[in-house]
Design a protein around this ligand. Structure first.
Ligand SMILES: NC(=O)c1ccc[n+]([C@@H]2O[C@H](COP(=O)([O-])OP(=O)(O)OC[C@H]3O[C@@H](n4cnc5c(N)ncnc54)[C@H](O)[C@@H]3O)[C@@H](O)[C@H]2O)c1
Length: 391
């Protein structure tokens, strides 16, 4: 496995990436000499990889138990963490046990929180199985679950001891999830690492069929992009906020779609909206919007607000964005990450955020919303008719 040292302020851990490296994964976990391996995964991943990993650990590393939770965002809640903690203790977990978070971002967050709480903190190793987890959630120290009042509201910061990522596990990932991950990859390229745009444009596949070598390159570049902005900001409250590019409208679309639009798919549309907003404010050219559309289309993602989503609902959710509070904003405006060009982020002092009038943001959302029967090309033409603000 190829290793990258991830450093975030005073925290560091190795990120190992390879293809078909089940034996090395078991050997590296075995080297931790845990009293017990607590393999946490959802029921889907348990059937695909969890039972096998637990059996290999039991054979070659030490006692291992499989702790499963139901898949889905509704189960990312504190009750699930509590249930798993009770099960772990019933199975004999102690301070020398190691939590192995095997799965996507949901399992990573649940298991991350579990590891931070058991005996006030035991060793956590991430074995990510989705693109989102490999290039996003395992590189964040944020471990949070949802509350009835909103997403990721109950949590803490907790670091893994190690990340062990095997791209062979992505071969079973549904195309919807692969494309969702690619939405975050496009974000990293546009907002943080423009040097990867040319090759990424050639590597992206609308059908979401990726060779292992291409996938490893995509993940390595994305890991480097995320590390670049969190190196001096482990809590993602300053430079790391750039990772929120496309998320203002993306989250609003996700909420309005009630689970029908995957996270990265929402971010993809949100990035196009952000580029339009930047153009309308006179900060960016139409070429930047065009580049966004091109990469999003190559990733097999929609470039317009889907017909199933009510734009009025999206505009309502925009007023609840979680970046409020980072920046003093005039009334009826919201903080957003905007670009003037690839990799060029607009700033307010040290923060990569600028206030945007909600009315103008709403116009950009409307321009990307499809009236019934309109094609994507007609929508794009409609968006082009929005005139930029005078310089
Ligand atoms: N800072 C952070 O901690 C951070 C960053 C990004 C995302 N997240 C969180 O991550 C979550 C989204 O993560 P996700 O997109 O990985 O979703 P997920 O964990 O729900 O996984 C997506 C689906 O794919 C299935 N799956 C996982 N691996 C598979 C495989 N290899 N083959 C077949 N099916 C597989 C899962 O069972 C699930 O149904 C959200 O809750 C989000 O808040 C957290």
């Amino acid at each position: 496995m190829h290793v990258t040292a991830i450093t975030m302020e005073d925290t560091s851990f190795p990120y190992r990436l390879g293809t078909e490296c089940a034996e090395e994964t078991v050997a590296r976990l075995g080297a931790r000499a845990a009293s017990r391996y607590l393999v946490v995964c959802d029921t889907t991943v348990a059937a695909l990889y969890g039972r096998d990993l637990a059996a290999r650990l039991e054979k070659d590393a030490g006692p291992a138990v499989l702790l499963t939770h139901p898949a889905g965002e509704v189960h990312k809640r504190i009750g699930t963490v509590g249930d798993l903690a009770e099960q772990a203790l019933a199975e004999g977990a102690d301070r020398r046990s190691v939590v192995v978070a095997l799965g996507g971002g949901i399992t990573g967050n649940i298991a991350g929180l579990l590891a931070s709480l058991l005996f006030r903190g035991i060793t956590l190793v991430h074995v990510p199985t989705t693109v989102v987890a490999m290039l996003d959630s395992v590189l964040s120290l944020k471990q949070a679950v949802n509350a009835s009042f909103g997403k990721n509201l109950v949590g803490t910061f907790y670091q893994p001891a190690e990340v062990l990522a095997d791209t062979a596990m992505l071969r079973t990932l549904p195309a919807r999830e692969l494309r969702s991950g690619m939405g975050e990859v496009v974000k990293n390229a546009l907002a943080i690492r423009p040097s990867m745009i040319e090759r990424l444009s050639a590597e992206l596949r609308p059908d979401a069929r990726y060779e292992d070598a291409a996938m490893r390159w995509i993940i390595e570049e994305s890991v480097a992009a995320k590390a670049q902005v969190t190196g001096a900001d482990k809590h993602e409250r300053r430079d790391g906020l750039v990772l929120e590019y496309g998320h203002t409208t993306g989250h609003a679309i996700e909420h309005a779609a009630r689970g029908e639009v995957a996270h990265g798919a929402g971010v993809a549309i949100g990035m196009i909206v952000a580029a339009e907003v930047s153009r309308l404010l006179g900060h960016a050219s139409g070429d930047l919007v065009g580049l966004h559309r091109e990469l999003v289309a190559k990733a097999g993602l929609e470039g317009s607000v889907p017909a199933l989503v009510d734009p009025a609902d999206v505009k309502n959710w925009l007023t609840y964005d979680n970046k409020r509070g980072y920046l003093p904003c005039p009334p009826a405006s919201t903080p957003m990450v905007l670009l003037s060009a690839p990799g060029q982020v607009l700033r307010s002092g040290p923060l990569p955020l600028v206030p945007v009038p909600l009315e103008l943001l709403g116009r950009a959302v409307d321009a990307l919303a499809a009236p019934a029967g309109q094609t994507a090309a007609e929508q794009a033409a409609g968006a082009d008719r929005l005139s930029p603000a005078p310089a």
